[in-house]
Design a protein around this ligand. Structure first.
Ligand code: PEP
Ligand code: MN
Length: 350
């Protein structure tokens, strides 16, 4: 349930509504939008309906929210959430590009890649230090040593860094080094981990689970938000289907669907989405054309020698080319002559 306040409702009127709800034992989330304030109600809907809310001064209407996700719901927070990392704003209109190797392999490797990401115009450096590998015999990541190299690469270039945290006990340690926590696809439903990163204020890049529905994914975001961390960035990275020519099936449907359902920024990982470097450019362009708030792409100075995910990694010149193409698409979308109209649900317009 949400209480939509009238345009121009006063702060006191909003506070009165909040008080009435809290006195009834309900959770309250106030979102002050550019035009309107909405008061989201969390808890027993019946209790809220028993209150004389729609006759209170400043209240325009009550709207029932049927989705199980509340704080992640656009109804609770009509304006887009912008997640700020240093001077980088994710979800503010222009696409944010994160790039780097699947795994941090050495100090020199990550610094070389960071310099290339910066030179090409990328915004954030990625690199795995704790790797969720399908086989226990595969390289598991350099651990804290890898985090130290990432921090050195940030120092050398000024680029913020994103890296995966796999267990609640490592949240503090990883948090000392990274600017964004990555929650990997395999851990999307690791609820203790989601709660642990939710207790921090550091941005969280939440990847979609391998077989997760959009609703399950948004419920995982809800775990982070409900612990008090509003800085969630969603990441579509492909889902499992019957197709075998690609590693996963990149579900670009998710981009407009998430943007309709939620206020959280959504970026796309074409690398894990397709699994083969030759398809990465096309899907990066498609993601940006679909309106994604950014990309996270795997790149490597020598993909054939990469310690993980070399087959899907772009070379450094390949990344530069990809970025030029993506920038052209972003510029076309944002040019005044070509502005994209707000999505219209034509089916319900008839
Ligand atoms: C990765 O980013 O290297 C990774 C393991 O991604 P995912 O969790 O999407 O498989
Ligand atoms: Mn990878």
């Amino acid at each position: 349930m949400i209480v939509v306040m009238k345009n121009g409702a006063t702060k006191v009127q909003v506070q009165d509504v909040v008080k009435v709800l809290k006195d009834k034992g309900l959770g309250v989330h106030v979102s002050e939008g550019e035009e309107q304030t909405v008061v989201g109600v969390i808890g027993n809907k019946q209790k809220a309906l028993e209150l004389p809310l729609d006759s209170m001064p400043g209240v325009e209407k009550m709207v029932s929210v049927s989705n199980p996700f509340k704080l992640a719901n656009r109804a609770f927070h009509p304006d887009n959430t912008v997640v700020q990392v240093g001077s980088v704003k994710i979800g503010a209109g222009q696409p944010t590009v994160m790039a780097g190797p699947c795994s941090v392999e050495s100090r020199d490797q990550i610094i070389q890649v960071a310099q290339a990401v910066k030179a090409s115009g990328g915004h954030i450096l990625r690199g795995g230090a704790y790797k969720p590998r399908s086989s226990p015999y595969s390289f598991q990541g350099l651990g804290e040593e890898g985090l130290k190299y990432l921090a050195l690469a940030r120092e050398a270039t000024g680029l913020p860094v994103v890296s995966e945290v796999m267990e609640p006990d490592l949240v503090n340690l990883v948090g000392e080094y990274v600017d964004i926590f990555q929650i990997g696809a395999r851990n999307m439903q690791n609820y203790p981990l989601l709660k642990a990163v939710g207790k921090t204020q550091k941005p969280v890049l939440l990847k979609r689970g391998l077989s997760a529905t959009i609703e399950e994914w948004l419920m995982s975001a809800e775990y982070v938000l409900s612990e008090g961390n509003p800085n969630v960035i969603l990441c579509e990275r492909g889902i499992r289907t019957f197709e075998t020519y690609t590693r996963n099936t990149l579900d670009l449907n998710a981009v407009p669907v998430v943007q309709h359902l939620s206020h959280l920024p959504v970026i796309v990982d074409p690398s894990h989405g397709v699994g083969h470097s030759r398809y990465v450019n096309a899907m990066s362009r498609a993601a940006i054309a679909a309106g994604a708030d950014g990309l996270i792409v795997e790149i490597h100075p020598n993909p054939t020698e990469a310690w993980s995910d070399g087959a899907q990694s772009l070379t450094l010149p390949g990344f530069d080319k990809m970025l030029r193409e993506v920038q052209q698409i972003a510029a076309a979308l944002h040019s005044e002559d070509n502005s994209i109209d707000e999505e219209v649900d034509y089916a319900t317009q008839r």
